[in-house]
Design a protein around this ligand. Structure first.
Ligand SMILES: NC(=O)c1ccc[n+]([C@@H]2O[C@H](COP(=O)([O-])OP(=O)(O)OC[C@H]3O[C@@H](n4cnc5c(N)ncnc54)[C@H](OP(=O)(O)O)[C@@H]3O)[C@@H](O)[C@H]2O)c1
Length: 271
């Protein structure tokens, strides 16, 4: 089983921003070579240069929209043709759309399913066999505390994260005695571009974390924990553990209140 990131190669999706960027930096800081993937080529190349200079690691970039068919296969072929052995796959890229289900275009919903579920599953299918053959490496999937809760107006997003969580935990059980680590990170609100891109009013969010703290937690747990998944942060854990004991109706009542349109935290509306 992989015991450190020194000298390994990690492929990080969604590495141009937020949690993915923080994960890539932490991995480089711990001596990992990287393959960075996201759509924005300029951000990727800038980040790659920075990581090479600061940490002396090798960094390749693969700009691609992973929600489009074929791009996962092309990414796999890019690694094969460049003789890049992916020891750790970080399936982090993900997006959300805030709003009533029927008011969100199906094009947007479909792209979210393609990225959050299809690309993550396809990349896992492509890279896992090599890890199993080598009996080393692993997969770090990024779900969310949303994966534990039905969330009105983030309906499909929360459901995609429930998929990621369940899929990853099942995979953990399949791989744990075969030398391959699987860990599912469940962050709560984290300060990234995510909320703005999703159209979520961040003022209503409680206890937001920094992407760096979330990334450090994820990498520490990936190497050390015997659990298949981990929720970042005390208050996020309290919320999810409490909800487990509550009737499902009460859980949806709570999330509906949290994510109601125009909802503001008391202190921000009092200003
Ligand atoms: N922030 C939170 O509060 C929070 C909480 C729980 C879970 N999460 C999860 O954490 C993960 C990272 O989100 P974040 O908060 O770091 O958000 P972010 O700052 O918006 O980063 C998202 C990353 O995904 C990439 N991306 C988006 N669409 C893509 C596509 N079609 N193909 C390839 N790359 C794509 C983006 O880069 P480009 O724009 O360059 O493509 C960016 O690098 C997501 O899976 C999210 O669901 C976030």
């Amino acid at each position: 089983m992989i015991a450190s990131f020194k000298g390994i190669t990690a492929l990080v999706t969604g590495a141009s921003s937020g949690i993915g960027k923080a994960l890539a930096r932490e991995l480089a800081g711990q001596g990992a070579h990287l393959i960075l993937v996201s759509r924005n080529v300029q951000r990727l190349e800038q980040e790659a240069e920075d990581l090479k200079i600061r940490f002396g690691v090798k960094v390749d970039v693969f700009p691609a929209d992973l929600s489009l068919p074929d791009n996962c296969q092309k990414l796999f072929e890019f690694t094969a043709s460049n003789r890049l052995v992916v020891d750790v796959l970080v399936n982090n890229a993900g997006l959300a759309h805030y709003g009533p289900f029927e008011e969100t275009s199906f094009e947007k919903t479909s792209a979210m399913l393609d990225l959050n579920i299809h690309a993550l599953t396809h990349l896992t299918r492509l890279f896992l066999p090599g890890m199993l053959e080598r009996k080393s490496g692993g997969i770090l999937n990024v779900a969310s505390t949303a994966g534990f809760q039905p969330i009105p107006r983030l309906n499909v997003y929360a459901a995609t994260k429930a998929f990621v969580l369940n899929f990853s935990e099942a995979l953990w059980a399949e791989c744990k005695d075969l030398g391959v680590r699987v860990f599912c990170l469940c962050p709560g609100n984290t300060l990234t571009r995510f909320h703005q891109s999703a159209g979520i009013d961040r003022q209503r969010m409680f206890f937001s974390a920094s992407a760096l703290d979330v990334a450090r937690f994820a990498l520490r747990k990936f190497l050390k924990t015997s659990q298949p998944s981990g929720i970042y942060g005390f208050w996020n854990k309290m919320m999810i553990y409490t909800e487990r004991l509550a009737p499902r109706r009460a859980v949806v009542f709570f999330t509906n209140l949290m994510y109601r349109p125009g909802a503001k935290r008391k202190e921000s509306s009092a200003k």
